[in-house]
Design a protein around this ligand. Sequence first.
Ligand code: ADP
Length: 234
Amino acid sequence: MRAYVRINSVILLDRLSKSYGPSTALARVNLHIHPKEFVTVVGHSGAGKSTLIRLMIREEEPTSGKIIIGGIDYDNLKKRDVPQLRRKIGVVFQDFKLLPNRNIYENVAFALEITGTRPSVIQHTVPKVLQLVGLAGKEKNFPQELSGGERQRVAIARAVVRQPKILIADEPTGNLDPKHSWDIIELLLKINRYGTTVILTTHNRDIVNALQRRVVTLRNGRVVKDEERGSYDV
Ligand code: ADP
């Protein structure tokens, strides 16, 4: 276990707890994540991974404890500040959540449109991001015309197009075969090398063990292990 507190954390969770009625989803979780770290969060189903993510993206509020992300203290967060927070944190889910009636270009551009980005900036930025994720040439395709791996690339492009400090990938390979899973992990590593802090949750033992990165293990809502070059041991 880490005994020290990291200075200059981009994510600081301090004694974070969340209960749903009588059931405790998270119990006094302490987690300090340094800028540019790549951290994998593992645990059985029901261990608290999704709750942790929902609290970090402010989809829900904790029962007690503190969250400071990217210098924003959630205790002082007003409803109107949440969009600004979402600009700092990109999120990718297992089921992609793409807009079926928009093509690939439009799906990614949409993330910029809703923040009022100038059209000239959008036209300049979207092709670069599609290039980054390896989807140049697929701009006019619709999500249903793509493979699962390609759809997840679109979701990642959409999550990083606003250049967030943090990318949270919640079971991003859950619907993918091993080959496509690895492609997605390599893309996350590339994004991490460019300076984005990455939080990954996964059930994939092979991926966790091969990554040789920091692994945080949750059990019954508690951090039971936090190792620098950790392995999958849920
Ligand atoms: P994981 O993502 O690791 O599978 P979750 O964060 O979804 O775990 O769940 C942690 C615990 O909290 C589980 O016992 C789950 O049943 C409970 N829980 C999660 N969300 C809710 C909710 N909205 N209402 C009641 N209980 C919940």
